[in-house]
Ligand binder design. Structure first.
Ligand SMILES: Nc1ncnc2c1ncn2[C@@H]1O[C@H](COP(=O)(O)OP(=O)(O)OP(=O)(O)O)[C@@H](O)[C@H]1O
Length: 314
């Protein structure tokens, strides 16, 4: 398990991580999300002893990274896949890591198989594609068979096959009871992979909840209703305080009420229904709502630029 207690990092007068307190449980994949500059990488770096906190603590199974005797056996990390000496072969790189952490050499062959690099184990890392480097980084993270895994943007550079592979790998690592902490800007990928999410904005914790709960809280959830007597139903639904939008002549999108209530009101109004179906919000929708006020580097969009400026008049 990973624990953050009031974790804080200041760079001069800028606060990169601001009093972060939360737990990353074993046995599940926890996604860490947040806009650029939210503090995700800084949090991971402090957890891995690469940066010292200004205040607070980041603990792996109750101990700071610096107190771990054989760190690779306790926590495996993928931060920067390209941070490997380009002149080394994949096998030599992993063997050096294994030796430094008291790990048997045969484990190197196992992880090379696991990540699909066994056939290129003798090639120099400098000739690897980004996707191959990511796989090598994951091999290094798995080397010590650790209980905790920290993966920063692991799907970066992977082709669709590789993305599916890493998704399955993370799910199976969590299934074995390990804590898997993963960051990604790909919302669709997170929606497929994560059980739980922590969302950061300007260094602060905005949300810490199961994926399903974060999506359920979104205003993007709605109910699609098809009926030949839509106008009558609109009157009944808006009269009950629901928000209703026409999406086609005989089709409505209703928000602000559970599906059962909509069905009941239609029944009471004597309106026949041809369809009544829930439409679940995407994680992207829920995420954009959560972080709307925390985006540090937003480009102006036509909605945020005053109309006169957008057309070059002042
Ligand atoms: N070494 C550093 N010196 C000064 N400021 C830093 C340093 N490292 C990070 N920061 C600042 O801390 C803040 C958080 O950065 P961090 O890289 O942790 O964000 P992030 O959530 O990982 O962003 P991204 O999604 O862009 O990777 C940013 O404002 C960044 O500019």
């Amino acid at each position: 398990m990973i624990t953050f207690h009031g974790l804080t990092k200041r760079y001069g007068d800028r606060i990169a991580v601001d009093g972060l307190t939360c737990e990353i449980a074993s046995g599940r994949v926890t996604g860490v999300l947040g806009p650029n500059g939210a503090g995700k990488s800084t949090t991971m770096r402090m957890l891995l002893g690469l940066d010292a906190p200004s205040a607070g603590r980041a603990l792996i199974d109750g101990r700071p990274y610096a107190a771990l005797r054989h760190p690779l056996r306790e926590v495996g990390a993928l931060l920067d896949a390209r941070a490997v000496h380009p002149g080394l072969t994949a096998r030599a790189h992993l063997l050096a890591l294994a030796r430094g952490n008291g790990i048997a050499a045969r484990r190197v062959e196992e992880v090379l198989e696991t990540v699909g690099l066994a056939r290129v184990a003798r090639r120099r890392v400098g000739t690897f594609s980004l996707g191959m480097s990511q796989r090598l980084g994951i091999a290094g993270a798995l080397l010590g068979d650790p209980r905790v895994l920290v993966l920063d943007e692991p799907v970066n550079g992977l082709d669709p096959d590789g993305v599916r592979w890493i998704r399955r790998l993370m799910r199976s690592l969590a299934g074995e009871g390990r804590a898997v902490l993963v960051s990604s800007h790909l919302m669709s990928e997170m929606q497929e992979t994560a059980d739980h999410l922590i969302v950061l904005g300007r260094g602060r914790l905005i949300a810490d909840a199961p994926l399903g709960e974060i999506i359920a809280r979104s205003t993007g959830n709605s109910v699609r209703v098809r009926t030949p007597r839509a106008a009558e139903l609109v009157t009944a639904l808006t009269g009950a305080g629901m928000q209703v939008r026409w999406t086609a002549p005989e089709e409505l999108r209703v928000t602000g009420a559970p599906i059962e209530r909509i069905g009941l009101l239609a029944h009471e109004a004597g309106v026949p229904l041809h369809e009544l179906s829930p439409r679940t919000a995407s994680l992207e929708h829920a995420y954009l709502e959560l972080t709307a006020s925390s985006v540090a580097y937003a480009a102006p969009t036509p909605d945020t630029v005053p109309a006169a400026e957008a057309w070059g008049r002042s």
